[in-house]
Ligand binder design. Structure first.
Ligand code: AMP
Ligand code: MG
Length: 418
């Protein structure tokens, strides 16, 4: 539907980052869930709470290799009446004057209430052990029932990103299969007549398509499933057909290029014909011309028209697309940590909030120091390489001096001091 001049004016209003973020998150709805095997669970988002069905350990267990004894047994040596290895329950009852060999993880034999570690013993012969410990506490080196996990404990909650420990926890609880959020199905489209594939030679005026590949990588790292990626020319009909096709077959469509003020910025021009446009400009640098739209039943398909400049595209991805994807996944935490950092060098604020790519290090005294990655042009993808933070330089007139504290989004782990 063509937009009225009033609609056009409202769409072209420069919106603060937070306003656009709120708008995007309003439309980003949790996706359905699916069952996967443990081997495929890493990196997925848990869609149910994991509640402990039983105590762990389910029996009192030895936590040292040694001898199971009665703690208050004062005998200087004990007769070895059997052995209990992990996984076995065959040992006879321990009585005063006796001991049972035991290994870590084995159930305590009946009658025994403590373990003397092998280092504190000597064998007097094959059948007798001398204990070199004056006082043995009841419960010594015994892990009681429910020490690690108690029945009813919430071990993992809905919205948890499944990493190594979490997958082990699911396995330990015998949780098969695992209910996880369905991954958002995403299509990625680069637009621009100047673009050629990375494997092709460059003709006059051409550049290689970088955005499609950085965006696919960023999407997959955020937990999305890229179901389609391709390139479109700056021509109305093929572009319109592709946009319609992708919008009907994706949860999220991400394009790059074609959203600024140029006459061939056709994504912006065609978008109102295929989707409901909600925003076109964000008060930020880089990444001002972001087009956000929705389509389909209940506006469930999200459309992000990212700017063509490679850094602008990634900045908009970080600020808007990634949180939307994590919300669709039902993730409990959708934001990266925002922390105060000190500027390693002075900075000149501009007229918009600026997200500078930087390397953040932990100083020896504990505070964080941010050093930018050099020239911050939105075309210079090298400014993102190695960056572990987006440092937010607020707009203003006064230059910021080295040491000034600003807020920074951590994209990765801060490095150690140099
Ligand atoms: P546009 O937003 O289409 O006006 O593009 C802005 C700038 O980004 C231009 O210099 C484009 O050549 C460049 N650009 C657009 N798409 C890509 C892409 N996929 N990879 C690398 N650079 C691009
Ligand atoms: Mg273009």
């Amino acid at each position: 539907m063509p937009l009225s001049p009033a609609d056009e004016r409202d769409l072209d209003r420069m919106r603060p980052v937070d306003e656009v973020r709120t708008l995007v998150l309003h439309y980003a709805k949790a996706l359905s869930t699916e069952a996967v095997g443990l081997a495929l669970a890493t990196g997925r988002t848990l869609a149910t709470d994991l509640i402990a069905a039983a105590d762990q350990p389910p029996f009192p267990a030895a936590i040292m290799d040694g001898f199971a004894v009665q703690a208050d047994d004062g005998s200087p040596w004990r007769e070895i009446i059997g052995a209990q290895m992990a996984g076995q329950v065959t040992a006879p009852e321990v009585t005063p004057g006796t001991a049972v060999r035991i290994t870590t993880g084995a159930p305590m034999p009946p009658g025994a209430d403590a373990v003397v570690q092998v280092e504190a013993t000597d064998l007097s012969d094959d059948n007798h052990v001398i204990i070199h410990q004056d006082h043995v506490e009841p419960g010594q080196f015994v892990r009681p029932v429910g020490f690690d996990v108690r029945t009813g404990d919430v071990l993992l909650s809905t919205g948890t990103l499944l990493g190594f420990a979490e997958v082990g926890m699911l396995a330990g609880e015998g949780q098969l299969p695992v209910m996880v959020a369905r991954r958002p199905r995403v299509s990625v489209l680069s637009t621009g007549d100047e673009l050629v594939e990375p494997g092709e030679p460059l003709g006059p005026g051409q550049i290689r398509d970088a955005n499609r590949f950085s965006l696919v990588a960023a999407l997959e790292a955020a937990g999305a499933e890229v179901v389609w990626s391709g390139k479109a020319p700056d021509e109305r009909e093929p572009l319109r057909a592709l946009l319609l096709d992708r919008l009907t077959d994706s949860d999220v469509v991400v394009t790059s290029g074609g959203v600024s003020m140029g006459e061939l910025d056709l994504v912006k021009a065609l978008l109102p014909e295929v989707a409901t446009v909600h925003a076109r400009r964000v008060f930020m640098k880089p990444g001002k011309p972001l087009n956000f739209a929705t389509a389909g039943d209940d506006d469930r398909t999200l459309f992000f028209g990212l700017p063509g400049n490679p850094v602008s595209a990634l900045a908009c991805f970080e600020l808007f697309v990634r949180p939307a994807l994590l919300k669709m996944l039902g993730r409990a935490v959708i934001d990266r940590p925002m922390v105060p950092v000190r500027l390693a060098a002075g900075a000149t604020p501009g007229d918009r909030p600026e997200y500078q790519r930087a390397v953040v290090r932990v100083h020896t005294d504990g505070h964080l120091v941010a050093e930018t990655t050099g020239v911050q042009a939105s075309s210079r993808l090298a400014s993102w390489v190695g960056a572990n933070a987006l440092v937010l330089i607020p707009p203003g007139e006064t230059p910021l001096e080295a040491g000034h504290v600003v807020r920074s989004t951590l994209l990765g782990t801060p490095l150690g001091p140099i």
